[in-house]
Design a protein around this ligand. Structure first.
Ligand code: NCD
Ligand code: ZN
Length: 341
């Protein structure tokens, strides 16, 4: 393929995004809303989003924080999985994209997550009947490198027992998870930008890199390569979900570093760079939105986003007047692509 000077993506989406609340929300929401037609908003606030009222109020706060970009940015809201009665699900459905299931204690703000998949089944049945998708943080509490692999049998079990339930394996990090996609019609997956690029070596192979520390932890080169091959081929069941997870600088650069990589500011330029490097730009639009639109039948704002070939250096940090500071992935690195104004 020749080297284009610009790339236009129709309706780009981030299918897994943490926007937080308060000052952090105001700082980070515009960074995503500026260049996306929509995003799936994670519910792991403190306390987690568990009611229609919380969901609707949070959506309003997001749109307020998105400011001038709000008109063309669709927040796809999620509830935090609990044992929900049918009445609540029915009331929530018009306001809801999906429900996100966290096992207890596996990641940031997952203290109210489930203790056993058995107890989740009645609600999963209701979701299947009502056509509400299930998003899953698929990790056990086992040995850190094996947590996703150990969870795959639970995906198989849910996919088998609820064949009409649309299930998304969130932020997959292993070759085995990629393979599972082809075995169950109702299984889909998101993958982050950083898991297409880094391995555990980048996190902890040299000096410890707290800004690359996240859950699930980055894995082996062969895992990264399998994820990358699937993304570059625009595997029809795989969607970009950044899992951009901002934490204040002091919570990352400390003893007891919080998990999460803040990738929102460079998401699309970085993916353009990656796909171009592998001569796969023709598949970028499917990976960054097209697949998600088809899989979920979404109707985001009809917004096209253009990237231009012009060097752009990722800022060292994003900050506000209150002293809040967040460090983005690849801070200080110059990328060949940037979002056109
Ligand atoms: C996320 C966060 O900070 O909310 N952290 C992370 O490492 N990815 C939670 C999550 O998606 O696991
Ligand atoms: Zn996440």
């Amino acid at each position: 393929m020749t080297s284009p000077e610009s790339i236009t993506l129709r309706q780009p989406l981030d299918m897994h995004l943490h926007l937080r609340d308060g000052d952090m929300l105001r700082l980070v929401a515009p960074l995503s809303a500026a260049s996306l037609a929509g995003a799936v908003i994670m519910p792991n606030l403190v306390p987690p989003l568990t009611s229609v009222e919380m969901l609707s109020a949070y959506r309003e706060r997001i749109l307020a924080a998105a400011g001038p970009y709000a008109a063309d940015f669709q927040p796809l809201m999620t509830l935090f999985f609990q044992d929900y009665p049918e009445s609540l699900l029915a009331a929530a459905k018009p306001h809801l994209f999906a429900i996100k299931l966290y096992p207890h204690g596996v990641t940031t703000n997952s203290e109210s997550g489930i203790h056993s998949i058995d107890t989740a089944e009645p609600t999963l049945k209701r979701m299947e009947e009502m056509g509400i998708p299930l998003l899953v943080h698929g990790e056990t509490t086992g040995f850190v490198l094996d947590r996703e692999a150990e969870f795959l049998s639970i995906y198989e079990r849910i996919a088998t027992r609820f064949p009409k339930l649309r299930i998304v394996m969130e932020h997959i990090t292993t070759a085995a998870a990629v393979q599972l996609l082809d075995r169950f019609e109702n299984l889909h997956a998101t993958v982050t930008a950083h898991h297409l690029v880094i391995t555990l070596d980048d996190v902890a192979g040299g000096l410890l890199q707290p800004h690359l520390f996240c859950k699930p932890i980055a894995k082996r080169p062969e895992d990264r390569d399998a994820l990358l091959a699937a993304a570059l081929a625009a595997h029809p069941k795989l969607m970009l979900g950044s899992d951009s997870a901002p934490h204040p600088r002091h919570a990352k650069e400390c003893c007891g570093c919080a998990a999460g990589v803040f990738t929102a500011p460079l998401l699309l330029p970085r993916m353009a760079e990656l796909f171009e490097a592998h001569d796969a730009l023709e598949n970028l639009e499917a990976f960054t939105g097209g697949n998600a639109i088809r899989i979920h039948g979404l109707t985001p704002p009809d917004r096209s986003v253009t990237l231009i070939r012009a060097p752009w250096t990722v800022p060292d940090s994003y900050q506000d007047d209150s002293g809040l500071s967040v460090i983005p992935w690849e801070a200080g690195r110059t990328l060949p692509w940037q979002i056109a104004d």
